[in-house]
Design a binder for this molecule. Structure first.
Ligand code: ATP
Ligand code: MG
Length: 358
């Protein structure tokens, strides 16, 4: 008899609506676990929050890595409460530490039309748009390499370098091509700008060719980032997996969900594909101080993040059952929350989804 499948999950609600949507995320997780024959060991933590900062003068305990470094995945809500802790401190001392210390070198976001979510692009229906944005998450344009000379004078000079390593580029490209092999269309689109950025981007393009050659079953093409953003709006149905450097990926991973109206309900993964450290799953939205404490936040971003996490853990059927439950719930006015013109609150929407997970 095989042992029961069991996953340890660090649950970090964080701040604001993170604390309200997280219980709905874990409700869905537990429903999926019991329906699909595995266990989740949920370990709740109060750090990586501004409440924790108020008590301890820092966002996380010194031994945070020991506390969560061995779990199978991290389930995160939202961080930030700018009235008490400036965003650059709350973010840098929590989420960005996880990304860096756990080498979560892929940022993954779905772009998918969902029922009940008004699409800003006319004439599209659910099923028309369904692709992934894969963003390099550790180097590239966001490397803190450069200098600032003669500040405040007429001679002022600022320089910031892009750092691309073959190791860093190849590993995110491999992730994108691997992802494409699991999809029906098996196609990768690369974001480039080699006509203007004449050293790093031609290198990126060359690595796309080299890694692409390792995947004969996957086709690939490339677009310059300017026309690619236009294509997201005009022809989003043509994409399957889109891979991009840190800066281009940052832009595309907001633009994509915005094109499908889902930025408020979309999830994301910060993934360490090698499994050397845990990966982290969280909704795209932030802590939303303007609606926090009212019980009206849409929990779907958190619940969809649970589905992504289960997919990552190898529980594809459980993930699919959460997705079906989300789609069924969003299709009804009684299931949707107020931000989508529905009548549900956070808890009733979360319960509706959980009751449909089978
Ligand atoms: P970040 O800190 O991640 O950059 P932010 O703090 O600028 O994000 P959010 O917290 O995502 O922004 O909120 C932006 C707007 O969207 C707010 O007006 C908020 O009320 C609304 N919003 C965000 N998430 C949700 C949600 N889950 N349900 C309903 N409304 C939401
Ligand atoms: Mg914020």
């Amino acid at each position: 008899m095989s042992a029961q499948r069991r996953y340890s999950i660090a649950v970090i609600p964080g701040d604001g609506i993170g604390k309200e949507v997280m219980p709905e995320g874990t409700r869905a997780l537990e429903a999926a676990a019991s329906a699909h024959g595995f266990e989740v060991d949920l370990q709740w933590h109060d750090f990586a929050s501004c409440d924790y900062y108020a008590k301890h003068g820092q966002m996380m305990p010194d031994d945070w890595k020991d506390r969560i470094g061995k779990v199978d995945a991290i389930f995160f809500g939202a961080v930030g409460w700018p009235d008490t802790v400036p965003d650059h401190i709350s973010l840098w001392q929590s989420l960005l530490q996880f990304r860096r210390e756990f080498d979560q070198y892929v940022n993954l976001r779905p772009v998918r039309l969902m029922p009940g979510v008004p699409c800003p692009l006319a004439g599209r229906k659910p099923g028309d748009i369904d692709f992934w944005v894969v963003r390099e998450n550790t180097e590239g344009e966001y490397s803190s390499v450069g200098g600032h000379m003669f500040p405040g004078t007429e001679r002022e000079i600022v320089i910031q370098e892009t750092v691309m390593t073959r190791h860093g580029v190849d590993r995110v490209l491999r992730y994108a091509f691997d992802l494409a092999t699991k999809r029906e269309r098996k196609h990768v689109t690369s974001a480039t700008k080699s006509n203007g950025i004449a050293i790093t981007m031609p290198f990126w393009d060359k690595r796309v060719e080299a890694i692409g050659a390792e995947y004969p079953g996957v086709t690939h093409d490339k677009y310059h980032i300017d026309i690619l953003t236009a294509q997201f709006v005009m022809n989003p149905q043509r994409f399957d997996v889109v891979v991009a450097s840190n800066l281009f990926g940052d832009i595309l991973s907001d633009l994509g969900p915005a094109c499908t109206g889902t930025i408020g309900v979309a999830p994301s993964g910060n993934i360490n594909p090698d499994g050397t450290h845990p990966s982290l799953f969280e909704p795209v939205h932030g802590s939303a101080p303007d609606i926090a404490g009212k019980g009206i936040a849409n929990p779907v971003g958190q619940i969809w993040s649970a589905a992504m996490m289960l997919e990552h853990l190898g529980e594809a059927e459980a993930a699919a059952s959460i997705m079906r439950a989300i789609e069924e719930t969003l299709a009804t006015e009684t299931g949707r929350t107020g931000d989508l013109g529905g009548k549900a609150d956070t808890v009733s929407c979360g319960k509706a989804v959980a009751s449909l997970i089978g």
